[in-house]
Write a protein that binds this ligand. Structure first.
Ligand code: CDP
Ligand code: MG
Length: 722
């Protein structure tokens, strides 16, 4: 202290310096000193002699709590910034301006149809608004259905982000074989098929205060059946709210179906999109699409490209082709970021399409019609539309269901073009002629209920106690023929008795989250003591298209690796089983997968599917008969089980020996080149296919050879005329 009693600033510094810098003893004095420095008050003067001895120095460690706090403060700042931007983004969406009006409309009306452009915020915001308006009080949930699982997953992830919770906590999703919800979940996104299944356990949907049927204009089979069932619940539960969200098409139809429910229009922003047509029909769409992408990339202003293709195969092949071309051109062209998106793409790769495009590069998203309305990808300025879509087609006279590539509808084409004009003026390149657009495309897509087999749906309705199917309130009634075909199939599978009542087998088939034919296969395998093996086959079939890995530059090695699994006598089913068995034997090893050109991620999904199915089988007591069968008997067991479920899919080698004919209706079909039975000499006389795909021909994908006598053994009623 100085003479006049003030702190000597100079000395104070020196003292502190020596005390702290030399990591010396900190005692009472130092503490007082610090306080004094802070408060600038006097402390009693005291003799103090400090001797520094480095060997006795006290060691200090920095206080982890403080460091943590610093990090925490950083995180909090980041989080505040994030919330600010999320909040701003939420407020910038077109629906936000109508938030209060929307909530009021929901409070006043039990059913509300909401119409708005894609990207206006319907899917991500409306369930949140309902939550904010108190619809999740008293422990009830808000459910939102999506026709596609990719959309359910990505939207749930986005909303969880906005709310600041983990997926599976307050916000979750459920898709087939994957349940990311918990008892804390209040906003639940799910595929329409999953909500349909919930009716089995909660027929009045009592755990929900409100349901939003999203993308209703897509008119998937499950959505259509849901609308019929929900109409009942609305009449039954006055407290229950129903939102139906749709793109502009079809809104009036939904309103009429729900006795004149009001339509709430959210005016969207939409910029003009220039449409270009080809002058001639294009012989090779894929080739034209690749060329168009490079034309845009090299000649047009910045902006990302969205290409509409029909499916995984086409998308992968185009992605390979683009990558190869880019590699060849190297530095001569700016970077092109290639992002595929389709239903079976692993979720970590799906997220890539939402990543911002790097400076100077251009993103090209290769998508199925999933990007038409259910996913919003920011930054798209150019759309390339091949004009095709892959859909299910069911022929009630043959009972055959097949995936076909068909021209899309005008409504779809317009929707696709609209994707280019979300953020500013855009361009759409249609790879077909204007004449084709005007004359060859149907006005609207055909609802799925009018073009699919109804076996699963009919079985579900029957197990809900709805027996008068002809008078069920469908928004579009399916043809009576299709309903009858479905009943016939369920009867042939043993699900119905002579009086048209559900049997025990029927009820069990309905319980499985797979189609009835697959469920019957599992049920039969139990009687044949090979349920475990068939479980593996069934689980593998769910991922059959993505098991083998065949990179462009190592095709030969990949094919050679695949050869070691091939079971020609057991067809694709036992080949898949062999892959699974070896994967298990090798301890689910990633390295083993790499060495053998099989996809680890797909096998992980198979593992999870298998576990879930196994639990169901265990609960039903199907695993009680299990015995250790020797290999040949196991093979026969698997084959017979497949016959018991899939006998309608039997095809016989034709007399000329170059094609197959379906047993029942004598339709020509061919083995798909991806099958292990393709090109086999001699070809199997009789086989059963898992699915039909129509491209250049009607191809049978995933086949297993069987004996004719088994058909008579397991489907005597069906093949009695043989
Ligand atoms: O349902 P709707 O088409 O009306 O819009 P939405 O799906 O709710 O999307 C609103 C906005 O959320 C989009 O413009 C995207 O910017 C954002 N979003 C996102 O970033 N990631 C997603 N997976 C979904 C939406
Ligand atoms: Mg949406």
């Amino acid at each position: 202290f100085t003479e006049d009693g003030k702190i000597d600033k100079k000395r104070k510094q020196d003292t502190l310096h020596s005390k702290y810098n030399d990591t010396a003893v900190v005692d009472w004095e130092a503490d007082q000193m610090r306080k004094a420095v802070k408060a600038d008050t006097r402390v009693p003067e005291k003799e103090y002699e400090f001797v520094f001895d480095s060997s006795q120095a006290v060691e200090f460690v920095s206080d982890p709590v403080d460091v943590e706090r610093e990090r925490l403060e950083e995180l909090i700042a980041e989080e505040e910034e994030r919330i600010k931007t999320i909040d701003e983004t939420r407020k910038s969406l077109p629906v936000y301006q109508y938030r209060d009006e929307l909530i009021k409309a929901v409070q006043e009306h039990q059913v509300l149809i909401v119409v708005g452009e894609t990207g206006s915020g319907k899917t991500t915001q409306l369930p949140q608004y309902l939550h904010e308006a108190g619809f999740t009080k008293d422990g009830k949930k808000i459910g939102c259905t999506q026709p596609r699982r990719v959309a359910a997953m990505s939207v749930a992830t986005r909303v969880a982000d906005e709310i600041g919770t983990a997926v599976g906590d307050k916000v979750g999703y459920t898709i087939r074989f994957e349940d990311r919800t918990s008892e804390r979940t209040i906003l639940k996104y799910m595929t329409d098929g999953m909500l349909l299944r919930e009716f089995l356990t909660d027929p009045e949907l009592l755990s929900y205060s409100a349901i939003m049927i999203d993308e209703a204009h897509e008119r998937t089979l499950s959505t259509d059946v849901l609308l019929g069932l929900l109409k009942d619940i609305v009449a039954y539960r006055p407290d229950f709210k129903l939102l139906i969200s749709s793109a502009t098409m079809n809104a009036q139809k939904f309103s009429d179906f729900f006795d004149g429910a009001p339509i709430f229009n959210i005016p969207g922003r939409r910029y003009p999109v220039d449409i270009f047509y080809t002058s001639q029909p294009e012989a090779n769409c894929l080739h034209a699409a690749i060329t168009t992408v490079f034309q845009i990339h090299l000649q047009q202003d910045p902006g990302d490209i969205l290409v509409f293709l029909t499916g995984q195969d086409e998308i992968e092949s185009m992605a390979d082709n683009l990558a190869e071309t880019c590699l060849k051109l190297g530095d001569q062209i700016p970077e092109l970021v290639i992002c595929p998106i389709y239903a079976n793409l692993p979720s970590d790769q799906q997220r890539l399409i939402f990543e911002p495009t790097p400076e100077g590069a251009r993103k090209v998203v290769l998508a199925t019609n999933i990007a038409e309305t259910s996913l919003t990808i920011d930054g798209i300025v150019y759309v390339v539309d091949t004009g095709f879509v892959k859909e299910n087609v069911f022929n009630p006279s043959t009972g055959m269901e097949s995936l076909e590539v068909k021209p899309c509808s005008k409504a779809s084409a317009d929707q696709r073009a609209g994707r280019a004009g979300r953020l500013g003026p855009g361009k759409c390149y249609r790879l077909y002629t204007k004449w084709a657009y005007l004359n060859e495309l149907a006005a609207n897509p055909t609802p799925e209920i009018l073009r699919s087999s109804l076996a699963s749906v009919v079985l579900l309705l029957l197990s809900l106690g709805i027996t008068d199917l002809l008078n069920f309130d469908f928004i579009d009634k399916p043809a009576p023929d299709t309903l009858i075909k479905a009943l016939e199939l369920i009867y042939a599978l043993g699900g119905l008795n002579e009086n048209g009542e559900l049997t025990k087998v029927g009820r069990r088939m309905a319980e499985f989250p797979t189609e009835p034919m697959m469920a019957k296969t599992l049920l039969t395998s139990s009687e044949l003591h090979c349920c475990q093996a068939v479980l593996s086959v069934v689980a593998m079939l769910q991922e059959a298209g993505s098991i083998f890995y065949r990179p462009r530059e190592r095709k030969e090695q990949a094919d050679k690796a695949r050869q070691q699994f091939v079971q020609t006598l057991g067809g694709d089913h036992l080949t898949l089983l062999d892959v699974w068995t070896k994967f298990v034997e090798n301890g689910h090893s990633v390295q083993w997968c790499r060495d053998n050109y099989v996809q680890y991620k797909s096998l992980l999904r198979v593992r999870s599917i298998r576990e879930q199915l196994e639990r169901m089988c265990e609960r039903m007591g199907l695993l009680d008969n299990e015995t250790d069968l020797e290999h040949d008997r196991l093979v026969v067991g698997v084959m017979k089980s497949v016959v018991a479920g899939f006998f309608v899919n039997a095809a016989q080698l034709s007399k000329t020996g170059d094609a197959y004919r379906t047993m029942k209706k004598n339709q020509a079909v061919w083995i798909h080149p991806s099958s292990v039975l393709f090109g086999l000499k001699p070809p199997p006389k009789l086989l059963i296919y898992n699915e039909l795909v129509l491209t250049s021909k009607e191809f049978m994908r995933t086949c297993i050879p069987v004996h004719e006598k088994w058909l008579r053994e397991y489907a005597p009623h069906y093949y009695s005329d043989k």
